[in-house]
Write a protein that binds this ligand. Structure first.
Ligand code: ADP
Ligand code: ZN
Length: 678
């Protein structure tokens, strides 16, 4: 086992690297300049935290958000790594502690807000403490064209030059322009070793649904996941408030969040969400950057997101711990019409507008996809995967029908009424409904009147939504959303092309939502008990629950039910420090009672082969303790046994030295046998 893998297990408690991590860790540890692009939740932090443990000097981490830094520092300290942050949010006491650790050369990772780079003393400080690596989190903040631009990031290139140490930059933003800008600004254009990880997040279940009583759809989705932390994204501030209210009325713990709220109120929501288990936040997209909660179990969109990129980023906040997470994105005719009009009515130049329509088409293509949702999504990012088996369309293939005839009828209704009306009136004409407007315009005399009687209004709405989604028709900004035919539709109208449409599944009314569990029914009570223990510990320590253990770790405990500390050490997420701190407490929950703590010398060996060796030595000793019955009973202390168990090249002479003449005589041969076949 190499150093990195060993530390991965002993400090972080993970038994394997996530895809891509090992190579990045190696490059960073070797002191190369690195640019790593990994999806959210891919495990970027580990890629600089792990090398920091065994490189000489201090690793300085630049990260844009104080809350995230404090969280990472807390999590590192929790696993026994000396880390600290210098931010404007520090108390004097915290700052003093950081400087003490730096002066004593104990500090491994020093987190720093970018603002601090502007102050004169910073460079001297970083030189003095022996900075040997700069790690830059959210490196896309250096891009002036991005949404997250942070002017202070521009100082990083200069800092790297002045310190003359390697720099490792991390981001989840992959587009080529941003990448190029990062290389130019942080590395003076000298290409760093670049790692681009795939964009798949296999633990996230993907699903879209056409709006059909959207409030109830969201409430049902949340109810089926009662008690799990989730986010609902809405397109308007007002809606976040009403929907949060509706969720509370349904007995959920929920609050709203949007850019119009006071800073302080927003901060309260952020903190509660971070700390509490099972809170739902109903938010506009303003709720984003500051969230670093690994155990968000679901994300729902009450309205269509802005773009595929936005969709990917928003759903990507779920399941960062790798445990199962679910998503649901609702979309409807009005969403599509709204987005189209926003583009057309915007002030952007013509080429920009058509590019935006193309981007919107990609998102709608995903919404109306007929085959594997994930395949469609990843193709957009340039990947070409197999069907995933973990999305709504893999679960249940879309029911499709030949929509050519219906589309032609609809187009004909549009053209015969001079491209002057919206879907509502057009549907009246198609189903032959003699409304006042129809009569007034004499549209009941049209040849198209009533030609669509074979379908009801709801079905026609689905057809119009999909026509809009396939960009066959667009709302005309000059005519208040009247529909116009596009060039794409012409071949269908002429009978030169056909089109397949989805038949929207009409759900049975009032079917009670089934609770979606993370574990089987058998394991569920244990999982709740483990979570309760975690909550209690988190509250005492005043840290977010996941800092103790993530959901994923608890799920594994509930499934594998370890009964010894060794087995506990084998659970992913249980490193040496956490085993030491919480192992016994959680074993107690699993056993239904608190077992007697083991001897500290034995605890140190937990999860290692030496632990098992120790146990066998103890067994052998028990058998031999009374010798042949004539001599005095004899035994070795626990710490002595631990030393024996840890011997690398055991032989009789070493044992004699360690145990003394008489004990070596009694136990030596048996111990040697055990050691030699370990
Ligand atoms: P991001 O890439 O979004 O910054 P993080 O670094 O926050 O992701 O990691 C997301 C989650 O994955 C964290 O809870 C982290 O502890 C966990 N994680 C990282 N690496 C591994 C691994 N090798 N095995 C298991 N869990 C891991
Ligand atoms: Zn799929």
């Amino acid at each position: 086992m190499d150093r990195a893998t060993e530390l991965l297990a002993s400090v972080f408690g993970f038994d394997a690297f996530r895809p891509g991590q090992a190579e990045i860790v190696e490059a960073v540890a070797a002191g190369r300049n690195v640019l790593a692009i990994m999806p959210t939740g891919g495990g970027k932090s580990l890629c600089f935290q792990l090398p920091a443990l065994y490189r000489d000097g201090v690793t300085v981490v630049i990260s844009p958000l104080i809350a995230l830094m404090r969280d990472q520092v807390r999590a590192l300290r929790e696993v026994g790594v000396e880390a600290g942050a210098l931010t404007s949010g520090n108390t004097q006491q915290e700052t003093d502690a950081v400087f003490d650790a730096l002066d004593q050369g104990r500090m491994r990772l020093l987190y720093m807000a970018p603002e601090r780079l502007a102050s004169a003393g910073t460079l001297t400080l970083l030189q003095r403490i022996g900075t040997s690596l700069i790690a830059v989190d959210e490196a896309h903040c250096v891009s002036q064209w991005g949404h997250d631009f942070r002017p202070d990031y521009l100082r990083l290139g200069e800092l790297r030059r002045a310190l003359n140490v390697p720099l490792a930059a991390f981001t989840a933003t992959a587009d080529a322009e941003t990448r190029e800008e990062i290389v130019r600004r942080l590395f003076d254009g000298d290409a760093p070793q670049t790692f681009l990880r795939g964009f798949d997040r296999p633990n996230i279940h993907l699903a879209f649904a056409a709006k059909d009583g959207p409030r109830k759809q969201i409430l049902d989705f949340a109810t089926a996941r009662r008690g799990q932390s989730g986010i609902v994204y809405c397109s308007t501030r007002a809606k976040t408030e009403t929907l949060a209210g509706a969720l509370r009325q349904d007995g959920h713990s929920a609050c709203h969040y949007h850019g119009g709220m006071d800073r302080e109120d927003r901060r309260v929501v952020e903190t509660r969400f971070q700390r509490e288990d099972g809170l739902i936040v109903v938010a506009t997209v303003a709720f984003g950057m500051g969230i670093d909660k690994p155990d968000i179990r679901w994300v729902a969109h009450a309205d269509l997101p802005k773009s595929i990129e936005a969709y990917y980023q928003e759903i990507g906040r779920a399941g960062r711990d790798g445990a199962p997470a679910e998503t649901l994105t609702l979309y409807g005719y009005d969403d599509i019409r709204l987005r189209r009009s926003q583009i057309d009515e915007g002030l952007a130049p013509m080429e920009r507008k058509s590019a935006d329509h193309v981007r919107l088409n990609a998102l709608l293509g995903l919404a109306e996809a007929l085959r594997c949702r994930r395949q469609t999504l990843l193709k957009y990012f340039g990947e070409d995967p197999e069907p995933c088996g973990h999305c709504d369309l893999c679960d249940k293939p879309a029911e499709v029908f030949d929509g050519t005839e219906a589309v032609r009828k609809a187009l004909s209704a549009i053209l015969r009424t001079g491209e002057y009306f919206g879907a509502g009136h057009l549907i009246d004409i198609l189903v032959g409904s003699t409304t006042d407007k129809v009569r007034a315009r004499r549209h009941d005399k049209l040849p198209t009147f009533g030609v669509g009687k074979d379908m009801n209004r709801v079905q026609w709405q689905a057809v119009f939504r999909q026509m809009m989604g396939h960009d066959l028709v667009r709302p005309d900004p000059e005519r208040h959303g009247a529909l116009r035919m596009t060039e794409i539709a012409r071949p269908i109208l002429r009978g030169e092309d056909t089109i397949k449409l989805r038949r929207d599944t009409i759900r049975k009314a009032a079917a009670r939502p089934v609770a979606r569990a993370l574990v089987t029914e058998d394991d569920a009570p244990l999982l709740s008990a483990l979570k309760a223990k975690r909550r209690a510990l988190a509250e005492t320590a005043r840290v977010p629950a996941y800092v103790i253990f993530t959901d994923r770790t608890l799920i594994e405990m509930a499934e594998k039910r370890p009964v010894t500390l060794d087995q506990m050490a084998g659970i992913s997420g249980v490193g040496a420090k956490k085993l030491d701190r919480y192992g016994v407490a959680f074993l107690g929950i699993i056993a239904g009672e608190t077992p007697a703590p083991e001897h500290p010398a034995r605890m140190k060996l937990s999860g290692r082969t030496e632990g098992a060796v120790y146990d066998r030595l103890l067994e052998a000793q028990a058998e031999l303790a009374r010798g042949d019955g004539t001599g005095k009973p004899m035994s070795c202390s626990a710490s002595l046994l631990a030393k024996v168990a840890s011997l690398h090249a055991p032989d009789m002479a070493t044992l004699q030295q360690l145990l003394g003449e008489r004990r070596a005589e009694r136990f030596g041969p048996a111990f040697l046998d055990i050691l030699q076949d370990a």
